[in-house]
Design a protein around this ligand. Structure first.
Ligand code: S3P
Length: 187
């Protein structure tokens, strides 16, 4: 049986995009998975923030969601340009049909978590504009999930039930499920 290193070498040389609602673990799983695959880890929100020189909350407040979404789409394309990246996407990346088309051409992974657990993880989430002012974060997350889950499923080649599992377990699970393509170095 191929050892892990060989198996990782044979895994797609394209990009892996992690999607799912806020609190689903994309930003934790992303760097761990990238390390195992020897890929570069990219956090889309961090890139948006650094490009617009503001926190995500400030972008929403000062420039509006439309500006944020435009930069999100631009950063997604930039991040995917080179391959061999694990890209943790913001939860709303799938709202744009163009982004969905783009995600379908990558290896996209949906991290599925229930609204109850998401709410526990994100807490009051003052830095998360879409939860700001929500009387019930669970209700708000349930509504978002209802709207977005069909979009996540539309883009994702792999769905991981990411609840009740630590990030290392999720990464190990993913490593066995990522599509392995023939790579030039693989005999
Ligand atoms: C958003 C999720 C956030 C961030 C922004 C919008 C969303 O990212 O992109 O606040 O629309 O769900 P995370 O999913 O990483 O929290």
């Amino acid at each position: 049986m191929a050892n892990n290193r060989q198996r990782h070498d044979a895994i797609t040389t394209g990009n892996i995009c992690l999607v799912g609602l806020m609190g689903s673990g994309k930003s934790t799983v992303g760097p761990l998975l990238a390390e195992k695959l020897d890929f570069t880890s990219v956090d889309l929100d961090a890139n948006i923030s650094s490009s617009l020189k503001r926190s995500i909350r400030e972008i929403f407040e000062e420039q509006g969601e439309e500006r944020f979404r435009a930069e999100e789409s631009r950063q997604l394309r930039l991040a995917c340009a080179n391959g061999k990246r694990v890209i943790a996407c913001g939860g709303g990346v799938v709202l744009s049909p163009e982004n969905r088309g783009f995600l379908r051409r990558q290896t996209t992974v949906y991290l599925k978590v229930s609204p109850e657990v998401l709410a526990q993880r994100v807490g009051a989430a003052k830095d998360r504009p879409l939860l700001a002012g929500a009387a019930s974060p669970v209700q708000r997350l349930a509504t978002l999930l209802k709207e977005r889950e069909p979009l996540y499923l539309d883009c994702a080649r792999i769905t991981v039930l990411a609840e009740g599992k630590g990030p290392h377990v999720i990464v190990d699970d993913l490593l066995t499920r990522l599509p392995a393509h023939e790579s030039p170095e693989t005999p």
